[in-house]
Design a protein around this ligand. Structure first.
Ligand code: SAH
Length: 489
């Protein structure tokens, strides 16, 4: 069966359940999540069925059903648990065009029952077309856990004000962004926490303000859209934050960097426009000024703009410049942090970036090369870092790994200091190479690194314990680790 999910109204005419045993009672309870009443066709009601009748939720008609009993029902479940009897009910219902289901007999079903997550009036139905009921149950458990128990109140609240909002605000982006504001902000939080009085007051005030903004102009867009600077994490979509997903879902425009993993975009609305403004090999790259101008012009069109960046927007992401520009232009902006490549790589290898014994601090540096192809490390005191026993994580250092290692050794870092290079951390193609500063400084090409990758330098880099690690060792064994301050480990 290729099942298309729909919701059937069971509130006006009671659904019919043929049979009076335990299975019939279980199915009845399910239907009674939405139906006021069910009708059992049975001559032998079991205790559970009689109990439902006593509760006033069910009535009983005779066991032998025909066209008259089935016609006009929103649906029929035949739970006689007798193949011949159930097949007969199935045939009559099918002839009449009434949806029919015989539990556990797919060949006698014109519809199947979904696993349900119930936040009345919000209903989530999960189906696997019978292929994996246990998977459906797992999904239901996951959703049960994630969805706030008062989610239904949110829908009820919105339902009450729907026509009022429709009158006050033009349809399209304006109305949608108002509802986003309601569900995603303070008002939504108040509803979920049970303070509907406060939610209502805030809602009325916000609607009033919005209405004044757009009065008289049905096509008007908000004077200024919203911009979210969102960290997309290191590539694995499961490392997105819930806030990032929420921002993606409400975006009209997504301006993305090249490093953002493909899987991340499945959270965007189908209508959202995705523009890649990142650096890709052999492609014209937009300058930061061009990117800034784009963000601003979309925001001024009243659109919800998500500026999506790999990792965290504020770690070597130029997020600071974008925030400054938006502030100067009077555009409100939200920043959603992301998991930066360093912590993703460390987690994947199961090496701690700080360690009570081996690493009292962690330092992120950029190995980005200037126009002349050389990295500029003049602002970093590598010898002070050696004394601090820091873990040094170098971003953008594939091309300059040799120079970095050379500078570190020159500043007193032990040539035998372990280095872990991690390419595409958190992605299915992740690659890890363990080596030493000495190898890097004398022949970095031996590691055959390809970006995006980062280098973790420090004793913790020797602690990798998870997954496969390639090892590129020195030709001649080196001394034990020396911290440059005369102490050895
Ligand atoms: N804002 C990003 C960093 C952008 S700079 C963050 O917080 O992660 C780009 C550099 O990040 C790359 O050159 C590489 O050094 C590093 N990087 C980004 N994603 C990575 C990944 N999945 N694996 C390893 N390094 C990565």
């Amino acid at each position: 069966m290729a099942g298309f999910p729909i919701f059937v109204d069971v509130s006006k005419v009671a659904p019919l359940i043929v049979g009076g045993g335990e299975v019939a009672a279980i199915k009845a309870r399910l239907l009674l999540m939405r139906a006021d009443q069910v009708v059992f066709a049975t001559d032998q009601p079991c205790k559970s069925v009689t109990a439902l009748v006593d509760e006033g939720r069910a009535s009983i008609i005779g066991g032998r059903v025909g066209i008259d009993e089935i016609k006009g029902r929103p649906l029929v479940i035949s739970a006689l648990c007798d193949k011949v009897g159930d097949a007969r009910v199935f045939e009559i219902a099918r002839e009449l065009g009434v949806p029919v289901n015989v539990p556990d007999q797919p060949e006698f079903c014109t519809f199947s029952l979904a696993a349900i997550v119930d936040r009345d009036p919000v209903t989530i139905a999960i189906g696997t077309e019978g292929a994996a009921p246990v998977l459906a149950t797992r999904l239901r458990a996951m959703l049960e856990q994630q969805l706030h128990p008062r989610l239904g109140r949110m829908a009820e609240f919105a339902g009450k004000f729907r026509s009022l909002v429709a009158k006050a605000l033009p349809s399209g982006a304006v109305r949608r962004s108002f509802w986003e504001f309601v569900f995603g902000g303070d008002i939504g939080r108040d509803i979920l926490s049970g303070d509907e009085k406060s939610a209502r007051a805030k809602f009325e005030k916000a609607l009033n303000e919005q209405e004044k903004n757009y009065a008289g102009d049905g096509d008007a867009l908000p004077a200024m859209g919203r911009v979210s600077l969102v960290g997309a994490g290191p590539g694995d979509p499961e490392l997105l934050t819930l806030k990032a997903i929420r921002a993606l879902k409400s975006a009209d425009i997504i301006l993305t960097d090249f490093l953002v993993g493909e899987g991340v975009f499945k959270h965007a609305r189908r209508e959202a426009r995705i523009i890649n403004v990142g650096k890709a090999p052999g492609r014209h790259t937009k300058t930061q000024a061009e990117i800034n101008a784009l963000i601003l012009s979309f925001a001024r069109e009243g659109l919800n703009v998500v500026r999506l960046k790999g990792g965290d927007p504020f770690v070597f992401g130029r997020g600071g410049e974008e925030v400054e520009m938006l502030r100067a232009s009077g555009v409100s902006c939200e920043v959603v942090p992301g998991i930066t490549a360093a912590t993703a790589a460390a987690a994947s290898l199961q090496i701690p970036l700080t360690h009570r014994e081996f690493a009292k601090s962690v330092t992120f540096v950029s190995g980005h090369a200037a126009e002349n192809g050389k990295p500029d490390f003049s602002h970093i005191d590598f010898s002070a870092l050696a004394r601090q026993r820091t873990t040094l994580v170098a971003y953008m250092a594939v091309a300059t790994a040799g120079e970095l290692a050379f500078e570190l050794i020159r500043a007193g870092w032990s040539p035998a200091m372990p280095v872990m290079a991690v390419e595409r951390a958190s992605q299915s193609t992740e690659r890890r190479v363990q080596s030493t500063l000495d190898v890097l400084s004398s022949d970095a090409a031996r590691l055959q690194l390809k970006g995006p990758a980062l280098l973790i330098c420090g004793e913790v880099a020797g602690l990798a314990s998870a997954g496969e690690v390639e090892i590129v060792a020195a030709d001649v064994p080196l001394e034990r680790v020396d911290f440059g301050d005369g102490t050895n480990a």
